[in-house]
Design a protein around this ligand. Structure first.
Ligand code: 4NP
Length: 153
């Protein structure tokens, strides 16, 4: 059975859909597509059904990555369906843990896989300029690669 990883942020249009796409990029590059599946969702409902933020997608394209996702809210079933839930920041983590009553899925902060930045948030680029999106791309490329390293150990 595939290992299922769920990436979570606030709006599910900037950080978590990019984390999902970058994680799957690493999975495919390493020939592991039959071992993993990933999805993403948000803790807020502002952007349900929307594609990822145009600025995130433009930045990803400049870095050679095309991706697509329809924003959705975190669901009760996610705790049972996914093996691992990865919040982008500590407020997403708090929200997830408050609703994880049966402690089904393991919950780990994204940057706990980013050596030297354990416990840090993936900064929200929504109100930032171009450099904010590039910074998030680099953080997530590193962190999702390191997450896969650890899952493969
Ligand atoms: P995300 O970024 O949580 O990385 O998707 C945000 C998207 C939308 C909003 C805030 C953050 N918003 O306030 O609408």
């Amino acid at each position: 059975m595939k290992k299922k990883v769920l990436f979570v942020c606030l709006g599910n249009i900037c950080r978590s859909p990019l984390a999902e796409a970058l994680f799957m990029k690493h999975v495919k590059e390493r020939g592991l597509a039959d071992k993993y599946m990933a999805d993403s969702c948000g803790t807020e409902s502002y952007h349900i059904g929307e594609q990822p933020d145009a600025r995130s997608r433009a930045n990803a394209r400049e870095n050679g990555l095309e991706y697509s996702h329809a924003a959705r809210h975190l669901r009760e079933e996610d705790y049972k369906e996914f093996d691992l839930i990865i919040p982008m920041d500590s407020s997403n983590q708090q929200f997830i843990e408050q609703h994880n009553s049966d402690k089904d899925a393991a919950v780990r902060l994204m940057r706990n896989y980013d050596t030297g930045y354990e416990g840090h948030d993936v900064p929200d680029p929504y109100y930032s300029g171009e450099e904010g999106f590039q910074n998030v791309f680099e953080i997530l490329d590193r962190s999702t690669g390191a997450l896969l390293d650890q899952l493969e150990e």
